[in-house]
Design a protein around this ligand. Structure first.
Ligand SMILES: [Zn+2]
Length: 205
C-alpha cells in the first residue's frame, strides 16, 4: 500500500492518501491539494472515495470540488449527519465564510469495512470530539481524526462535543489497540498507542 500525508489549509490539517492496486482513497479533504493529480498519475491510480473522520469544516471544505471533478463516493458516520447539515450555521456564528457542503453517499457505523485495491479499512466509531467521529484502521495504522493528538485529545467545546465521551473513547477504543499501532492524527505529528498510554494528558484528567 502506498501512503502519503498532505498538510493542508490554515489549520494545518493532515489529509492522507492511501493507494493500493490502482485504487485510491483520501482521508479528509481540507482544501485543494495541489499535488493530488500528479501523485495519482504517478501511481496509476484512480480516486475512488473520500473518507471523512468527522464533519468539521476544516476536514471537509475541499470535498465538494473533488466530488464535482471525479466520480467518487463520500463516507461519513451517521451520527455526524446533523453536524454536516448545520456546518454553515456554525461558520456564520463564528464569522467565517460558508463552505460547499459535500454530498455524503454512504453513512457509516461501527464495524463497517471499506475496500480499496486489495486492502480493507475497518471503521471504528470514536465519539467525543463530535458525535460521529471515526477512525479508519488498517494493519498497524489508524487514522483517527481529532480524537487523539500527540500528548493530548481533541477539543470538546464545539457543538456536539462531549468531554466524558472522548475520554471514554480514548481509553476504551484507542488505548485497547495493539501498542505498536501508529496513530495518524487530524493535525500535527503522528504518534503511537504505546506513547499515548504513557504520556497522554488524559492520564492526568
Ligand atoms: Zn474537528
Amino acid at each position: 500500500m502506498y501512503f502519503r500525508k498532505f498538510v493542508v489549509g490554515d489549520m494545518a490539517n493532515n489529509n492522507y492518501l492511501l493507494i493500493d492496486n490502482g485504487e485510491a482513497v483520501l482521508i479528509d479533504c481540507t482544501d485543494d491539494i495541489p499535488e493530488l493529480d500528479s501523485v495519482l498519475k504517478e501511481n496509476n491510480a484512480e480516486l475512488k472515495s473520500i473518507l471523512l473522520t468527522h464533519a468539521h469544516f476544516d476536514h471537509i471544505a475541499g470535498v465538494k470540488k473533488l466530488q464535482d471533478k471525479y466520480n467518487i463516493k463520500v463516507y461519513l458516520h451517521e451520527d455526524d449527519k446533523h453536524a454536516l447539515e448545520t456546518t454553515n450555521d456554525f461558520m456564520h456564528a463564528v464569522g467565517l465564510p460558508p463552505i460547499d457542503i459535500p454530498t455524503v453517499n454512504v453513512y457509516l457505523k461501527e464495524g463497517d469495512k471499506i475496500k480499496f485495491g486489495n486492502c480493507e479499512l475497518d471503521v471504528l466509531h470514536l465519539p467525543g470530539h463530535t458525535k460521529g467521529g471515526v477512525g479508519y484502521k488498517i494493519d498497524n495504522m489508524i487514522f483517527s481524526g481529532d480524537t487523539v493528538f500527540l500528548g493530548s485529545i481533541g477539543r470538546t467545546d464545539l457543538p456536539e462535543g462531549n468531554h466524558a465521551t472522548i475520554i471514554d473513547t480514548v481509553k476504551n477504543k484507542i488505548f485497547t489497540l495493539d501498542e505498536h499501532t501508529i496513530i495518524y492524527t487530524g493535525h500535527g505529528a503522528d504518534t503511537t498507542v504505546e506513547y499515548e498510554k504513557k504520556y497522554n494528558i488524559i492520564n492526568e484528567l
